[in-house]
Design a protein around this ligand. Structure first.
Ligand SMILES: Cc1ncc(COP(=O)(O)O)c(C=O)c1O
Length: 479
C-alpha cells in the first residue's frame, strides 16, 4: 500500500510557487489558502486579510471551497450523463452529518444542494433553513437514520411535512413504516438496502454484518406494504456501501448487487425513480490522493444503464449524499509551535498550542491522516519531526501512532505556525462544539472566510471559549 503523503517530504526549503494541491500554494515563503496568506493572520503582512493579528490556535472555515466542490461534482455528472447518453438526472445532496454548522448548511443550500439528515435536531435545522428561504419547495429533504415509531425524530419528520412537500423518509427497518402509514400526510418514501461493506453479490450483501438497512427479503416486503398503503409512494432506493472509497472500480463493484436489486424492484414498483448511492465519495485528505471522479461517474451510469436495459426498466435519477466530499477541504486548524523538544527521542518533538486528539479524533481513533504544512519559514531548511499536543495524553501525537508517514517541518521554530488541512468533515462533530475538552483546553476562535460578489475576501470572527465558559460548563460557580 502506498504511504500517505501528509506534507513536504524533504529537508530542502519548499520552492517558491509550489502548489501543493488545488488550494494550498507557497508565495514569499508563506503558505496561502488560495489567495489568503495564512501566516498573516498571526504575524501581519500585506495582501488581503482581516486587518489585525489573531491569537493562536485558530480554526479556518473557508466557505468558497464548499461551493466549488458542489459545482465541480454537478459538472462531472452533467458531462458523464452526456457522454454515456444517460436518461436520468443527477441529484447532489449534502449529508449534513459531516458538518452541521450553520454557515456550512447555508453554503451548501445556497449552492443548490439538496439536503440529507439523520436525527431530530437535524429536522429543526431544516425547519430554520426553510423559514429563511434557503430550503425551497423544489429541494428534496432525505431523512436517513433510525426513526422508530413514536421517536422524537419520526414525530418531527411528520411535522416537517407540514412545512415542506418534499420530505422523503428512508425506511431502515419494517417497524419504521408505521408512523408514516398512520399519518394524515401523503409521503414519498425511500427504502435502505443493507449494503454497507465490500459485498459484490446479493448473497454477500444479505449476509453482511451491518446494522443499517433491510436485508433483501424484507426489502421486498417493505416495498409491498408501501405499495398497498394509500398515502405512501415508493420513490427512492438507498444503497450506501462505504466511506472514503478511493478505488473507483471497487466502489462501483460494491454498488452492483444493489443496482441489480433496484432494477428488479423497479419492475414491480414503477413509482421508484431515484437510485441513491449514499455517501462514500472520497476526497483528498493527503497530498497523494488520486481519484478520477469523471471515470467513476461514467462507470456508475454505464452500469445503471446496462442493468436497467437488461430488466427493461427506465434509468433512474442518481442521487449521492456527499458528506466528507463536500466539507473536508474547507476546514483548517492552525496552531503555533510553542517548543521544540530534543530529549533523545528518535525524532524531535514539536509541541503545538492545542490538542491533536480532541481536534481531530479520527487521527487518534482510526489512524486517519490529514495534511500538515507550515504557514511560514517554508523558504528555510526542513527536518523530520513528530508533533505533540499540549495535553498530557500519550496518544496526543501526529502522525498517528502506527503510521510510517514522514512529517517534515522547518528547522527554524521561532514564531513557527502550522496548519492541519482537510479536517472540515466529521472532526468537529466528533470532537464536539463547545463543551469541555481533554485537559480542559478551551476551544479556539473561528475565522469564517467567504467572498463577496466581487470576489473579495470577507471575514466573520466567532469567539473561542473563555476560561469562564469552560469552568461554568463543568458545573463550577464562579465566585
Ligand atoms: C446515510 C448516510 N448518507 C451519507 C453519509 C455521508 O457519507 P460520506 O461522508 O462518506 O459522504 C453517511 C455517513 O455516514 C450516511 O450514513
Amino acid at each position: 500500500m502506498t504511504q500517505p503523503v501528509v506534507g513536504w517530504e524533504s529537508t530542502e526549503p519548499v520552492p517558491e510557487g509550489t502548489q501543493f494541491n488545488s488550494y494550498l500554494n507557497v508565495r514569499n515563503g508563506r503558505l496561502h489558502m488560495e489567495d489568503l496568506d495564512l501566516a498573516q493572520l498571526f504575524l501581519g503582512g500585506s495582501g488581503p486579510g482581516i486587518g489585525r493579528t489573531l491569537p493562536s490556535p485558530l480554526e479556518i472555515v473557508y466557505l468558497p471551497i464548499i461551493s466549488r466542490q458542489i459545482e465541480f461534482m454537478n459538472a462531472v455528472f452533467a458531462q458523464a450523463i452526456e457522454d454515456v447518453g444517460y436518461h436520468g438526472r443527477f441529484i447532489y445532496t449534502y449529508a449534513s452529518k459531516a458538518n452541521a454548522a450553520e454557515e456550512v448548511i447555508r453554503t451548501t443550500l445556497s449552492a443548490g444542494a439538496h439536503h440529507e439528515m439523520s436525527s431530530t435536531v437535524d429536522v429543526d435545522i431544516a425547519r430554520l433553513m426553510i423559514r429563511r428561504g434557503l430550503l425551497p419547495q423544489d429541494r428534496l429533504i432525505v431523512c436517513n437514520g433510525f426513526k422508530t415509531n413514536g421517536s422524537a425524530y419520526a414525530d418531527n419528520i411528520l411535522r416537517l411535512k407540514d412545512e415542506h412537500p418534499n420530505v422523503i423518509p428512508v425506511i431502515e427497518d419494517l417497524s419504521e413504516i408505521a408512523p408514516f402509514l398512520n399519518s394524515r400526510h401523503p409521503f414519498e418514501v425511500g427504502l435502505r438496502q443493507k449494503s454497507y461493506g465490500p459485498n459484490t453479490t446479493l448473497t454477500e450483501m444479505d449476509a453482511a454484518n451491518s446494522r443499517f438497512g433491510l436485508a433483501s427479503n424484507n426489502m421486498w416486503k417493505a416495498a409491498d406494504y408501501i405499495a398497498a398503503a394509500p398515502n405512501l409512494t415508493l420513490k427512492l432506493f438507498h444503497n450506501m456501501v462505504g466511506s472514503q472509497l478511493t478505488d473507483k472500480a471497487s466502489f462501483v463493484d460494491y454498488l452492483k448487487p444493489g443496482i441489480e436489486l433496484y432494477a428488479q424492484l423497479r419492475q414491480r414498483h414503477p413509482s421508484l425513480s431515484i437510485f441513491d448511492f449514499g455517501g462514500g465519495m472520497p476526497v483528498a485528505m493527503t497530498l497523494n490522493f488520486d481519484f478520477d471522479y469523471a471515470a467513476f461517474a461514467r462507470q456508475l451510469l454505464t452500469t445503471l444503464k446496462e442493468t436497467c436495459a437488461r430488466y427493461h426498466v427506465p434509468e433512474p435519477d442518481v442521487m449521492g449524499e456527499f458528506g466528507r466530499y463536500t466539507t473536508s477541504e474547507h476546514g483548517a486548524h492552525l496552531f503555533k509551535i510553542i517548543t521544540d523538544k530534543e530529549n533523545d527521542s528518535e525524532t524531535p518533538w514539536y509541541i503545538i498550542d492545542g490538542s491533536i486528539m480532541s481536534s481531530f479524533p479520527d487521527s487518534w481513533a482510526l489512524g486517519e491522516h490529514f495534511i500538515v504544512l507550515p504557514l511560514n519559514h517554508l523558504d528555510k531548511p526542513f527536518q523530520r519531526v513528530q508533533l505533540g499536543g499540549i495535553t498530557c495524553d500519550s496518544d496526543d501525537v501526529y502522525p498517528p501512532k502506527k503510521s510510517h508517514a514522514p512529517l517534515y517541518l522547518p528547522v527554524e521554530t521561532d514564531n513557527l505556525y502550522i496548519g492541519f488541512f482537510s479536517i472540515g468533515a466529521y472532526q468537529e462533530m466528533l470532537g464536539g462544539v463547545r463543551g469541555s475538552k481533554h485537559c480542559v483546553l478551551p476551544e479556539a476562535m473561528e475565522l469564517v472566510v467567504y467572498k463577496d460578489e466581487n470576489g473579495r475576501y470577507q471575514f466573520d470572527l466567532l469567539p473561542g471559549q473563555t476560561t469562564a465558559d469552560v469552568l461554568r460548563n463543568l458545573g463550577y460557580q464562579l465566585i
